[in-house]
Design a protein around this ligand. Structure first.
Ligand code: SER
Length: 877
């Protein structure tokens, strides 16, 4: 049997032989695209080439791309595992033409590859072409039909609607008609019974699409119109796992060698067999085998599970997997992390980033599993309660929503458990709450962008000449190429793109530049600069009156300088950490601005004080050496051979920028801005070292002026302490002495207070009344603090049996109230001190409080109401 690895290689070799350059997969996690969180198609990394923002150095490329389709326009999550041919993460084999060949070659080559190289029988293949769409004013794709007729019988060329045969990347962006290739994998008997054509695009598990050839010709604008692109392109995507299944003659993607080792590993752990049936157990096997890949590769590319955005997508996938093994494989321990090494090993030659970080990724997954297993158990207890108290045989929508939202229970799990207990879930009410939550979060995070208003069509510059010139220049004259209005959290602002710009756009952790634009003397501040794919976008609150005027663009030089100091410091710190802690340290996140640096890195234990000071000393030594910072552009391979540190999950081009601070100390691939030599950093101080997530530590540090300020603050604090202590010779001795005296005094005071409280208590006991058969004491007393008041109310139980006491005090002008009720009265009179305090006393004295049934306290603002508080409780009794 031909292996999946060989199939992948044949694909790449085939397109290489047709003049394509083989490029690496882009990271699965996307950083600079506001419309997407994860790579969801092979073409994502080429979006700018299609739109004409940039020109590709190669007109023909091919690759295998890690994709994830679990959010946004393309979302298959609920199908995964239930069927045998959808995945969360999958490999998309693709070939691209950027303004080069078009339909003729694309169609001819896909036919040649499938039928000649892979020898898929021609009588099992069907193709679809776009039938046109009157509403969009798009014609039928006659050209594709003509090309196909050269290769395949006419009755195997089917017409398809916009839904299947007009591919769009998202709500906006590159798009065009497409032709899909489908394979009929049914047995000969089944094929004799019904025509394969009738099953194409009809969810038949054995008649599946394997390849989509898109002819990119338009850009879908925000207003819905299709704008023709400057050139025509080819974008193809073939589902690797499906292709392997067809070639290996299997009925399910999970029966191929892409998944077989992982499935065997799961079977060994849970001591069960994958029988491939439709049982929940079989689904669980598939869910795990699929999800571990998505989770593993996303974490390896830098996306940790979290509670927001992309991190939450990964968390949800992981929880879905945990829920499946917990419920259907009867396995109650963390499992996923155990199978990760199998996946890492399998992909070590294709996507080596997982193998290189196995320990780290395993650790993150394990902790995440442990945390969710705890939640799951709590959630199951909650379900038991719900079952016990369900009214009319129904679990309410709000309760189901709480399980979903707080305990991570997917609704189908709640429904399943409900069914097992002869209950139903109010699904309509659940859906309503879910929709409301979605709308809330959409309103909170949504960014509305209008279409670009293009002023200069080709940017007035040579294609591919760099638009960022801010390494050398901090001020220049330029022109607005295009602009648009945006709205975020209800606030309107603008984005401007220039021909060339000195403004650094946020990336690699370094913040975007701010500065000032002058249009014919009209000043417009730039509040931030960000990247959108490869476009540099400047944010402003207003638009100039004369936007077409030449603009003088000037970066805030001071802010840039202090930011550069912190960026160079980050490199020195990174190198020091690897020397002090070990080479397992890899950057996991970074923030660099003019005030401080924040550096997240993989490491498994809290750093000791000694390690921290070692790192600090090493960096400061490198600062004093005043090493010149050398920046070079080199071919990527050469840079890596020099030992340059590259980050996982980062997309690098063939020529990379290398920042060297002593070739024997720090070489990093980096696009950021830096100082001329390390002496400019002055001094580094580490402010703190904390945990961010499983296996990830965070250092916050300051350099240069910020370090000076930090030290000044600390010295000033110390000075003040010294002064307050009347400048003792030995400060720490003086402080120790003070602390010792203080604790001695506290003890004495406590003793005296206790004696005083005994006195107050004895007085109170004289003032008791009997109301409704219960001893009642309501008094304003004099005590020094709220704790004493509470103790007094509590200690009454040593002297009284059935009692209600309400004790009040005015302490420094603030009212405090304590209510104590003996357990007997709580039971007999249905009185609850906590409720009384919350509902009656706290509002009265304008404050808050709470407690137990037998003892509760409140503090407030209005001390004039103390007598009223006493009367209130008396009334209740
Ligand atoms: N972009 C198309 C798809 O994702 C073809 O690669 O299907």
């Amino acid at each position: 049997m031909i292996t999946s690895a060989a199939i992948r290689q044949h694909f790449l070799d085939f397109f290489k032989s047709k003049g394509h350059v083989i490029v690496p997969s882009a990271p699965i996690v996307l950083k600079n695209d506001p419309t997407l969180k994860f790579t969801n198609a092979g073409m994502n990394q080429f979006k700018d080439f299609f739109l004409g923002n940039k020109q590709s150095p190669n007109k023909r490329v091919a690759d295998t791309q890690k994709c994830l389709r679990v959010s946004g326009k393309h979302n298959d999550l609920e199908e995964v595992g239930v069927d045998t041919y959808h995945h969360t993460m999958f490999e998309m084999l693709g070939n691209w033409s950027f303004g080069d060949y078009f339909k003729k070659e694309a169609i001819e080559w896909s036919w040649e590859l499938l039928t000649t190289v892979f020898q898929i029988p021609k009588d099992r293949l069907y193709v679809t072409i776009f039938e046109g769409d009157a509403k969009e004013n798009l014609p039928k794709d006659e050209e594709a039909a003509t090309e196909w007729k050269k290769w395949i019988a006419e009755d195997r060329i089917l017409l398809g609607k916009k839904k299947d045969n007009f591919w769009e990347m998202g709500d906006t962006g590159p798009c065009g008609p497409c032709t899909e290739i489908h394979v009929d994998c049914r047995s000969d008997e089944e094929r004799a019974q019904s025509d394969g054509a009738s099953h194409v695009n009809n969810d038949h598990p054995q008649v599946i699409e394997i390849w989509n050839n898109v002819f990119i010709q338009f850009n879908r604008l925000k207003n819905g119109t299709l704008e023709p692109l400057p050139a025509k392109h080819v974008d193809t995507g073939m589902g690797f796992e499906r292709l392997v299944r067809v070639i290996q003659g299997k009925q399910s993607n999970y029966d191929t060698d892409v998944f077989s080792e992982t499935i065997a590993a799961i079977g060994n752990i849970v001591n069960k067999k994958y029988d491939g049936s439709d049982s929940r157990q079989a689904i669980a096997f598939r869910v795990l085998a699929d999800h571990i890949r998505a989770i593993g590769f996303a974490i390896a590319d830098g996306q940790l599970p979290s509670n927001t955005e992309a991190g939450y997508v990964i968390r949800r996938i992981l929880r879905r997997a945990v829920r499946y093994y917990y419920s259907y494989l009867d396995y109650k321990q963390p499992l996923l992390h155990q199978i990760l090494p199998v996946v890492a090993h399998q992909f070590k030659d294709v996507f080596p980033e997982l193998q290189a970080q196995t320990d780290f990724v395993k650790k993150v997954i394990k902790e995440e599993e442990e945390a969710f297993l705890r939640t799951l158990e709590k959630g199951l207890k909650k379900v038991d309660e719900l079952i016990a108290t369900a009214a009319n045989g129904t679990i309410g929508g709000s309760a189901a929503f709480e399980l979903y939202d707080t305990f991570g229970f997917p609704i189908d799990l709640t429904e399943l458990i409900a069914r097992e207990n002869n209950l139903t879930v109010d699904r309509a009410a659940f859906d309503k709450e879910l929709l409301e939550q979605k709308n809330r979060s959409r309103a909170a995070t949504s960014l509305e962008t209008e279409d670009w208003v293009v002023l200069v069509k080709d940017g007035g510059k040579e294609n591919n000449s760099p638009s960022f010139v801010g390494y050398e220049m901090l001020e220049l004259q330029t022109k607005v190429q295009k602009y648009r209005k945006i709205k975020a959290k209800g606030k309107e602002s603008f984005q401007l793109v220039f021909n060339t710009t000195p403004f650094y756009a946020e990336s690699g952790g370094q913040v975007g530049d701010t500065g000032i634009l002058s249009f014919d003397g009209e000043m417009v501040p730039v509040t931030d600069t960000k990247k959108e794919n490869d476009l540099i976008v400047h944010f402003t609150d207003t638009l100039p009156v004369n936007i077409t005027a030449p603009v003088d663009a000037k970066v805030d030089v001071e802010r840039r300088k202090h930011t550069a100091i912190h960026h160079s410091a980050t490199h020195l710190l990174h190198a020091a950490l690897r020397r002090v802690l070990g080479t397992h340290v890899a950057q996991k996140g970074s923030l660099v601005n003019d005030e401080y640096l924040r550096f997240d890195f993989s490491h498994f234990a809290k750093m000791t004080d000694e390690e921290i000071s070692k790192v600090e000393m090493m960096v400061n030594e490198k600062i004093r050496e005043n090493i010149p910072v050398v920046i070079k552009e080199l071919p990527k391979e050469e840079a890596l051979q020099l030992g340059a540190m590259a980050l996982f999950g980062e997309k690098y081009s063939d020529v990379v920028r290398v920042v060297i601070m002593d070739p024997n100390y720090s070489i990093e691939l980096c696009g950021g801005t830096h100082v001329g030599s390390t002496g400019e950093l002055g001094l580094l101080r580490i402010k703190q070292e904390t945990a961010v997530a499983a296996g990830v530590r965070r250092i916050e540090a300051v350099c240069g002026l910020a370090a000076e300020k930090y030290i000044d603050e600390q010295i000033n604090d110390l000075k003040q302490v010294k002064q307050s202590l009347k400048n003792p010779k030995e400060l720490s001795k003086a402080v120790d002495q003070l602390l010792a005296e203080n604790s001695e005094l506290k003890k004495k005071l406590e003793h005296l207070e206790n004696r005083m409280l005994v006195g107050v208590r004895n007085e109170l006991l004289q003032k008791d009344q009997i109301i409704n058969g219960v001893t009642y004491i309501g008094e304003i007393v004099e005590v020094g603090n709220a704790d004493a008041l509470k103790k007094l109310a509590f200690d009454l139980k040593n002297n009284l049996n059935d009692y209600v006491a309400v004790l009040c005090a005015n302490i420094g002008g603030k009212p405090f109230v304590a209510v104590g009720i003996s357990d007997t009265v709580v039971a007999a009179k249905q009185l609850d001190a906590g409720k009384i305090i919350k509902e009656h006393i706290a509002p009265l004295i304008k404050g808050g409080g709470g407690g137990q049934k037998n003892l509760a306290t409140a503090g407030g603002q209005d001390a004039s109401q103390l007598s009223a508080a006493i009367e209130k409780v008396k009334g209740l009794l």
